[in-house]
Design a binder for this molecule. Structure first.
Ligand code: X8Z
Ligand code: ZN
Length: 593
């Protein structure tokens, strides 16, 4: 007879690496219960240390955070290895065991010294990015935020180039350390039975790693023709502004001219693109006129979620979050949302500027926060979204509802202001959402190559730019120095945050928006729909959020959209009038690069 303990004994015998606990005939249920509890506890401690590091970057806080991370990683690795000794009696148990195996992004090797080394390098990389400055002279230094302002506002190619190259001086010293973390993380992944970290990262989507890669390419194929039209239009306008020498008509666009440090969103250059785009509602101006403080911006975003029937944020959120860049110390300014105790202690950390980009990002961050609150009562391993794209999509879905009509409702936009032409609004939105797509895709394409060894350390930069050109049609403004490590100048590379999630989110948010608008009873073009105040739309979203990671993502998607497939028809529908307009504008131009 096959009892639970016989199964355990058999598996133990087969893998020859039976854990102490499994050999004591612990059931899957008991093992999972204790794993959920201990991971929750260790993560809480590690989050506190990481929060302090990110809010007060010093040598010492970097070390403290690294020590806690090493402790957490050691536990996560031990449990992941042990999970293989169990088979699980129910669907639920099987799912949790699988999640346990995939619980980390950079798995630690089980050897103590390697585990500590990996945690130390990761923590140091994080501080190098967060504290990074470009110094012309020791007395004249600029932070990332200073340099980003130059890239957003200057229209002088020399000034732009200096800021662009300046920020990238911060990342070249990261290269060797990064390369060492790749080697260690790959060893950790192999000890769990994966070929490498790329194999692990692609295996988190309820399908095989190969199918996931195909799925991303399929979705990209659906939006690529539209991206090419947008690229063509923008390049032509930039060519008119800067001339043939700076912007050749048939080449990739130089990356320093697109208004964003990484050329991932182009919404800051509407003035260069002609009157159509720049006549869209200027939210930055509205926020300035109404004297919105960072706090007011956060409260306004909270109010949107509350209007959907979601709870008010706990008072500790306001007491413990960081909204403004402190003048007296170094902090990691890149916006993030934290679930400290995996219950009600939720916080954001963000250096809020009173502008549209930050206003949108606050909604993005609160999407994470509300997700945390929705699933806080689930076991640790289910405290995540259906796949990581859903977590990134949630706040963006709400953000798509920041329409002219909504801005009038909250008295930011004057009630008698005439409606902006559809095209202007759509172009403005496309410069943010559509320009992002190939960037969202290529970051992990690069990492997969690095992790699986196709890209060696000496080719990091060359292969990075090859992918930037291939997918985005964007190029380095001039030859890069031999020691350059430009990937490291993007937060998610030193932070080891996977990036395919943002690509998925940019597809999913339009799918969710389209369905929620229908639920809210909206009639008319999708870009005019706001789900503000719709309790029906809110309750559908909440239902999905409450599920956390307890079900495969197609089930979660179905609760809101009725469909279990990701598809790009929603984003194409949303922008359909613009696509038509762009094709017309681009007539006679040679598109592509
Ligand atoms: O990193 C973020 C969020 C935090 S999860 C601010 N985003 C990506 C980025 O900034 O590169 C949001 C959009 C893409
Ligand atoms: Zn996010």
């Amino acid at each position: 007879m096959f009892t639970r303990s016989t199964v355990t004994a058999l598996v133990c015998f087969l893998v020859l690496a039976c854990s102490e606990k499994a050999s004591k005939n612990q059931s899957s249920a008991e093992f999972l219960k204790s794993a959920n509890q201990s991971l929750k506890q260790e993560e809480h401690s590690a989050s506190i240390a990481a929060w302090v590091q990110a809010n007060f970057i010093t040598r010492d806080t970097t070390k403290i955070s690294s020590d806690y991370d090493a402790k957490f990683a050691k536990l996560a690795t031990r449990l992941a290895v042990e999970s293989k000794n169990y088979q699980g009696q129910s669907k639920d148990e099987k799912r949790m065991l699988d999640l346990l195996l995939k619980n980390t992004n950079v798995p630690s090797p089980k050897e103590d010294s390697k585990n500590k080394q990996l945690a130390q390098f990761k923590s140091e990389l994080s501080s190098m990015y967060g504290g990074g400055e470009f110094c012309r002279t020791p007395e004249n230094c600029q932070s990332l935020e200073d340099l980003e302002k130059v890239i957003a506002k200057s229209r002088n190619p020399d000034e732009l180039l200096e800021a662009w190259e300046g920020w990238r001086t911060v990342s070249s010293p990261m290269k060797e350390k990064y390369s060492k973390t790749v080697a260690l993380g790959n060893q950790g992944a192999q000890q769990l039975g994966y070929k490498n970290m790329a194999d692990l990262w692609r295996s988190k989507y309820d399908m095989s790693p190969e199918d996931f890669e195909k799925e991303l390419d399929r979705l990209w194929g659906e939006v690529k023709p539209f991206y090419e039209q947008l690229h063509c239009f923008v390049r032509n306008q930039l060519n008119k502004k800067y001339g043939d020498t700076v912007v050749p008509k048939d080449q990739p666009i130089p990356a320093h001219l697109l208004g964003n440090m990484w050329a991932q969103s182009w919404s800051n250059i509407t003035d260069v693109l002609g009157s159509d785009a720049s006549s869209a509602v200027d939210i930055t101006r509205l926020l300035e006129q109404a004297k919105y403080t960072p706090l007011k911006m956060v409260q306004t975003a909270e109010n949107f979620f509350v209007s959907l029937g979601m709870p008010k944020l706990p008072s500790t959120f306001y007491e413990r979050s960081l909204f403004e860049k402190p003048q007296d110390r170094e902090v990691v300014c890149h916006a993030s949302a934290w679930h400290m105790d995996l219950k009600e202690d939720v916080r954001i950390k963000m250096c809020i500027e009173p502008n549209e980009e930050a206003f949108r990002t606050i909604h993005h961050e609160l999407g994470h926060i509300y997700y945390y609150l929705a699933y806080q009562n689930l076991p640790y391993l289910y405290q995540a979204s259906a796949n990581d794209g859903f977590h990134e999509a949630l706040g963006d879905t709400v953000e798509l509802s920041i329409t002219g009509k909504y801005l009038k409702e909250i008295d930011l936009l004057a009630k008698d202001k005439t409606q902006t032409a559809a095209n202007d609004t759509l172009l403005q939105m496309a410069l943010g959402k559509v320009a992002f797509l190939p960037f969202g895709l290529m970051i992990d394409k690069w990492r997969w190559q690095v992790f699986d060894g196709r890209t060696a350390t000496e080719n990091y930069n060359k292969d990075w730019w090859q992918l930037r050109e291939k997918y985005q049609g964007v190029a380095a403004p001039r030859d890069r120095p031999a020691n350059a490590f430009d990937p490291g100048a993007k937060y998610h590379i030193p932070a080891y945050t996977p990036y395919s999630r943002y690509f998925l989110a940019h597809i999913l948010q339009f799918q969710l928006h389209r369905s929620l608008c229908e639920t809210a009873g909206h009639k008319g073009p999708l870009h005019e729909c706001s789900i503000f105040n719709s309790k029906e739309a809110g309750s559908k979203l909440w239902e999905m959020m409450k599920m956390g990671a307890s079900q495969p993502w197609p089930v979660a998607l179905k609760t809101v959209t009725g469909s279990d497939k990701m598809d790009a028809t929603a984003i194409r529908d949303y922008f359909a009038p613009l696509e038509k307009w762009l094709k017309n504008e681009n007539q006679g131009l040679k598109c592509g690069w």
